[in-house]
Design a protein around this ligand. Structure first.
Ligand code: GDP
Ligand code: IMO
Ligand code: MG
Length: 433
């Protein structure tokens, strides 16, 4: 049974947690393939809301095995905290959670450097990172000096790597006005965490291949979103990992031939947290209303998310770079009560009007909007497209037609049941209904 990829089609926070948790009901394995604790994926079951940052969003489904694959960067302290919190709620982790020996370890100097850099950056140069050490950790990986999770089996090796890495980073830390941390203190912090995580560590690429060969259903869970991808996003206002669907292969250690379907997630509007261009941003009362109705505050940092209209050229771009087969349209309910709803359909640029996203020239591009009548009905009880008011239905149809990707799911609330499912994730790959 081939794998299904769930990928964010915007700037993150599209509702990956909800959709992965929903699909995980029918999955045997859920694999996170990129990013680290910069992610915050929210799972709502009844009245309980849980945010996972490193652990895959399948963890609430007892039949799934959950894998943190080698494309990830893992902060052992955050992971230990997440495990403790889930176990306290009665979820079984032992024997169900596996961490790649090749994933990289976030060490205390990574968030230190991330925070110092953000603090020192001039206005306009700030990325608005989550300050979780993501960038510096991936830098160490690319510099071929990083500490990998498998290294935690040999603390003497970790100590030598930490000492030499700190020598490399010290001029940077000092230049930013920081204090270079002490190797012994870092090792004292890491040693008990290494002990705790060691039983989870394995060759996860082989584990995933074994599941696929046994005919199991595997979900590959993206983090961040297409426009935050280091290659395809709004560079340099991006994260440091490969967030697109192609990143799922390298990040999980499986070949592209194993992927059956790629589902892209988009909100019915758009948000961005952190700095960087956001042409459809609403800096007005409507934007504030969407922020309130959608609870658009970062699940990691608590920062208010910037809000705006849906960007169809951006979704067409996401459809291209991810090879989207299906769309999951989330948070349609949040638009309820607006007198009209808008969608960006094209851009006016110095070179003329285009339906493409001018991804590297967004500052000089002006969105061209189409306006739709709004609706006032509560959508939370809708379980079929026919249950939606006509205005909401035609908005959904317009988005699918413009992006030229069929809709698999429309989400009308944070809870699992507040969903219109048009196509099951693991259904045979025929045309969507
Ligand atoms: P992720 O990072 O893509 O997993 O998304 P986040 O969890 O950071 O943010 C999405 C937020 O929207 C969470 O608070 C979800 O509980 C919530 N959510 C997801 N789908 C819906 C929906 O259809 N309607 C509403 N109102 N909330 C939703
Ligand atoms: P999920 O998986 C939204 C953003 C940060 C910042 C930029 C770089 O929950 O969708 P980083 O800390 O990665 O170096 O920050 O990327 N960012 C996210 N925004 N959702 C996320 O994850 C994000 N992960 C990183 O706000 O703009
Ligand atoms: Mg999130």
């Amino acid at each position: 049974m081939p794998a299904v990829v769930i990928v964010g089609a915007q700037w993150g926070d599209e509702g990956k947690g909800k959709v992965v948790d929903l699909y995980a009901e029918a999955a045997d394995m859920v694999v996170r393939y990129a990013g680290g604790p910069n992610a915050g994926h929210t799972l709502v079951v009844g009245d309980v809301s849980i945010v996972v940052r490193l652990i895959p969003s399948g963890i609430l489904r007892p039949q799934t095995r959950c894998v943190m694959a080698q494309g990830m960067v893992v902060d052992p302290a955050v992971l230990a905290g997440e495990i403790t919190a889930l176990e306290a709620r009665g979820h079984v982790i032992a024997g169900r959670l596996f961490v790649s020996d090749r994933a990289h370890v976030i060490l205390p100097y990574h968030p230190l450097i991330d925070g110092l850099r953000e603090g020192a950056a001039a206005a306009g140069a700030k990325i608005g990172t989550t300050k979780r050490g993501i960038g510096p950790c991936y830098e160490d990986k690319a510099a071929r000096r990083g500490v990998r999770v498998g290294d935690l089996r040999d603390l003497r090796r970790v100590e030598a790597l930490v000492a030499s890495n700190l020598r490399a980073w010290s001029p940077v830390i000092r230049d930013l006005g920081g204090e270079v941390p002490d190797v012994a203190r870092i090792m004292a912090e890491i040693a008990p965490l290494a002990e705790r995580l060691r039983p989870l560590v394995t060759d996860t690429s082989a584990l995933i291949e074994g599941a696929l060969k046994a005919g199991q259903r595997v979900l590959l869970e993206g983090a961040q979103g297409t426009l935050l991808d280091v290659d395809h996003g709004t560079y340099p206002f991006v994260t440091s990992s490969s967030a697109v669907s192609g990143g799922a292969c390298a990040g999980a250690g499986i070949g592209p031939t194993r992927i059956r379907r790629v589902v892209g997630l988009t909100k019915a509007y758009c948000t961005r947290v952190g700095e960087g261009p956001f042409p459809t941003e609403l800096d007005d009362a409507i934007g504030e209303r969407i922020r309130k109705a959608g609870h658009e505050f970062g699940s990691v940092t608590g920062r208010p998310r910037r809000t705006g209209w849906v960007d169809l050229p951006a979704l067409r771009y996401a459809a291209r770079v991810n090879g989207l087969d299906g769309l999951a349209l989330t948070k349609l309910d949040v638009l309820t009560g607006l007198s009209e709803v808008r969608a960006c359909v094209a851009y006016d640029t110095p070179q003329g009007r285009t339906r493409e996203l001018p991804v590297d020239a967004l500052e000089t591009a002006t969105p061209v909007y189409e306006t739709f009548p709004g609706w006032s009905e509560d959508l939370a009880a809708a379980r079929a497209i026919a249950d939606l008011p006509e205005a909401a239905r035609s908005y959904v149809r317009f988005v699918a037609a413009q992006v030229e990707v069929p809709i698999d799911i429309v989400s009308v609330g944070a809870r699992r049941d507040e969903t219109i499912t048009l196509r099951d994730a693991f259904a045979a790959n025929t045309t969507a209904s």
